[in-house]
Write a protein that binds this ligand. Sequence first.
Ligand code: C5J
Length: 230
Amino acid sequence: MTTIAAVPFLYNFDVAATALVIIDMQRDFVEPGGFGETLGNDVSLLQAIVPACQAVLAAWREAGGLVVHTREAHTPNLSNCPPAKRNRGAPTLRIGDVGPMGRILVAGEPGNQIIPELAPAAGEIVLDKPGKGAFYATPLHEQLQANGITHLLFMGVTTEVCVQTSMREANDRGYDCLLLEDCTESYFPQFKAAAVEMMRAQGAIVGWTATSAQLLAALEGMRQARPQPG
Ligand code: C5J
């Protein structure tokens, strides 16, 4: 068991029972020329978290923890994109329309891929989700249960939309969730700040928050405590 001095109080976790969940670090949200930018957003805000996410992913892999990558993705015939979702957003570029990186939020399109810096490795779970939450209409809960997972560490984008929705869904399913504050971002800094505050308020009503440096220090402490070969 490892402990992080998280907010609002200590977060205890066992790597073997914990998954790192990386929400929607897709080209369309993060890269210039993608869906996010065409909606008028400044993607440099999201790009700024990539190095911290990379450091956590590398350390988590080294520790042997389970990794889950999600993509907001719809089938090419849009059968899992209800009109109520498609008809909102920018009228000029809706889900399924052809954008600068292929069809917007459609599985298999270039913009739908996870950014190369955080590309999934063999054996990691890659989950296409039609909703904002990672549990809605996906096998995620069953996959986590099959792996004995009770704790989830979250990073990704955007904080107040897909990250917050997924963390709330996880909390309602009984997982102890921690959000890595500097590994999540929004196009709207005030929305990120509010989402972070509301998740850890009222005695961690949705979960805990901590920095990537705190997690990396905890993992390094574990690494040093491991018996050395020979
Ligand atoms: C949004 C997401 N913001 N991944 N998706 O539409 O947060």
